[in-house]
Design a protein around this ligand. Structure first.
Ligand code: BGC
Length: 251
């Protein structure tokens, strides 16, 4: 199926038409800066601009950086607080005059990684996929099945959400070297390992591109590998999520 996948992030809104069978982009990736303040109306307007730039009409699916259940946004750690309780699927659908599906950004990126990336070899067993960017997003898979809307970036570490201590944004804010970041991330992984005991951790998001620079600091027993779909995972995964929703509707 061909569907427009969109990755809504704190700094950019990115999209492309995806062939969900192959996970390949059928158009070039278009990126528009996230508006500030990123209120629901402003983001909906930017999404429309993106869709118009691509010249697309058809169903759209978006990854969104918050907990989203039944089309409603429930958290707002790194986004404008006015998003809480917004029916984002309705808002976007009305703005575009198209069907729009929305799910958590890390969940959809994880779906792409499981289908087309490092997760292919881990369809059996327990996988924890973590995206390291402005926040820390998570997707948990058991035998390839997603446990939706986990928020492992918000487990407490040193008295605050772990993402405040070891996200890419925390690294930049505090001017940490990769080695220092790696030591912090190792503390975080140890905690998650102790609580959930996965078979493998897959790291995605911006910082995963620099995996080589901090991987030697990771001392957890669980194997840790870098994602391979990198910054396209959000777009590809959103499209795959959209396809699943459309197929369910046809049932
Ligand atoms: C949010 C998650 C999101 C992650 C990555 C966190 O702050 O709570 O829902 O997946 O950032 O964007």
């Amino acid at each position: 199926m061909e569907i427009l996948g969109v990755d809504i992030g704190g700094t950019g809104i990115k999209g492309a038409i995806v062939d969900t069978k192959t996970g390949l982009l059928l158009t070039e990736r278009v990126r528009i800066k996230t508006p500030h303040p990123a209120t629901p109306e402003a983001v909906a307007q930017t999404l429309k601009e993106l869709v118009d730039t691509i010249g697309y009409s058809g169903p759209v699916a978006c990854g969104f950086p918050a907990r989203v259940a039944h089309g409603i946004v429930h958290t707002a750690a790194n986004i404008d607080k006015s998003w809480i309780n917004t029916q984002v699927e309705e808002l976007f659908s009305q703005k575009l005059g198209q069907k729009v599906f929305v799910a958590n950004d890390a969940d959809v990126a994880g779906l792409a990684e499981m289908q087309f990336g490092a997760g292919i070899k881990h369809k059996k067993g327990k996988v924890i996929f973590l995206t390291i960017g402005t926040g820390i997003g998570s997707a948990i898979f058991n035998d390839g099945v997603l446990y939706t809307n986990s928020e492992l970036g918000h487990v407490l570490l040193h008295g605050d959400s772990a993402e405040r201590y070891c996200s890419e944004a925390a690294k930049e804010r505090e001017g940490l070297k990769w080695k220092q970041f790696g030591k912090r991330f190792n503390e975080y992984l140890s905690l998650i390992e102790f609580v959930l005991q996965p078979d493998v951790f897959i790291l995605g998001g911006g910082a995963s591109k620099k995996f080589e620079k901090f991987k030697d600091e990771l001392e957890v027993k669980t194997p840790v590998i870098a994602a391979v779909t990198l910054n396209l995972a959000g777009i590809i995964g959103a499209a795959c999520y959209g396809e699943t929703c459309l197929l369910k509707e046809q049932d």
